[in-house]
Design a protein around this ligand. Structure first.
Ligand code: WQD
Length: 337
């Protein structure tokens, strides 16, 4: 049974990916410093799959702690989620973001180099494209100057991986996520934003739950059909399955280059107002919202051209936007209990 190290494996996307890894018969070792999640997620994963992953509380900023994990386990593949990811927060804490997101990446790549390990999957982001010149966005779209420190850590991260991969023949894939939403069908794992949610969907569900008074829609004067900004909202389980597909591509040595990137989205754009009306419809409720000014740094529209990922990874999304928004609401209702 191949053993896969998942850093940040108790996080939103990490935990859903661990479930899919276990479903596919992989043995999983999770490292997480619990800075943005809770240990109860480990029990939830175990309840879903019946298999308790190995867990080490590790701070990936500490080189010796990262090394100790590789000393303890023979690792066949690595999926690296552990990173800070709040765009707004990153602008006020650049040094913490560069230290956390980049030094952790370097320490893991150093262990791979020194132990001649392969099969590295990197959690990247469509943020690297900024406002793309053409839609839908292909992997050939220009990577533009990052508009946030967070986005810059993903761009620099990809550059670090590319150079390390070229120099040391490390087989790596970066998955450029669009907007992950929703929750596992069991409603035992989902998005756990600590504090005031930065992202749209948790703010929507917390407004519907009465935790937030009303949702602010950041701008309705964009050059789009209804004036609100467009994004590609992908169910987190579909996103998790893309990681399995990418890992298998590397393990089976089907990759065509040492370092590859894939856009992971649905290929469909939805506006903020689309999200609100769909959420209201599938969950049979009314959402309290108001239109306010644009949020600084937001782009008008982004949605993926999924042709390459569909073909090369033999993967495509299976879940609808309705299913994503229904599971997000069910997950929120469970939190409020
Ligand atoms: C979505 C839309 C907002 C909140 C983020 C990360 C990015 C990537 C994808 C990981 C925008 C609008 C939001 C609110 C609103 N994640 N909005 N009211 O900014 O597209 O990107 O997810 O890699 O790195 O930054 O996501 O959910 O913040 O915003 O109107 O209260 O919802 O303006 O149009 P975003 P988001």
């Amino acid at each position: 049974m191949k053993k896969i190290l998942v850093t940040g494996g108790l996080g939103f996307i990490g935990s859903h990916t661990v479930v899919e890894l276990q479903n596919e018969g992989f043995e999983v070792v999770i490292i997480d410093n619990l800075s943005n999640t809770t240990i109860s997620v480990l029990d939830s994963i175990t309840e879903i799959t019946g298999i308790k992953p190995t867990f080490h509380k590790v701070d990936v900023r500490v080189k010796s702690e990262v090394k100790s994990v590789f000393d303890a386990h023979k690792i066949d593949g690595i999926i690296h989620f552990a990173a800070y990811k709040a765009v707004g927060e990153s602008m006020g804490k650049p040094l913490e973001y560069y230290e956390n997101n980049l030094s952790s990446l370097i320490y893991i790549l150093q262990e791979m180099r020194d132990r001649k390990l392969d099969n590295f999957i990197f959690s990247s982001s469509c943020t690297v494209y900024g406002q793309a010149d053409e839609l839908p966005i292909t992997e050939k779209a220009a990577v533009k100057a990052a508009e946030s420190v967070y986005g810059n850590t993903k761009q620099i991260g990809e550059e670090i991986i590319k150079d390390a991969s070229n120099a040391h023949n490390l087989q790596c894939i970066a998955l450029r996520y669009f907007n992950p939403i929703g929750a596992h069908a069991s409603i035992k794992i989902g998005e756990l934003p600590l504090g005031v949610p930065q992202n749209l969907i948790p703010f929507v569900t917390q407004t519907a739950a009465g935790i937030r008074k009303e949702l602010s829609v950041f701008g309705d004067d964009y050059p789009t059909e209804d004036g609100t900004a467009i994004r590609d909202y992908i169910h987190v389980v579909d996103l998790a399955k893309a990681h399995i597909a990418a890992l298998k591509r590397l393990i089976d040595k089907n990759n065509k280059k040492a370092f590859e990137c894939f856009n992971i989205g649905t290929g469909k754009g939805s506006s903020v107002l689309d999200i609100i009306t769909t959420f209201e419809k599938v969950n049979n409720l009314k959402l309290n919202y108001k239109i306010v000014g644009r949020r600084e740094g937001d782009i008008v529209a982004a949605f993926a051209d999924t042709t390459t990922a569909n073909k090369e990874l033999n993967w495509k999304t299976e879940m609808s936007l309705e299913e994503s928004l229904e599971s997000a609401w069910k997950w929120q209702q469970k939190q409020s209990v």
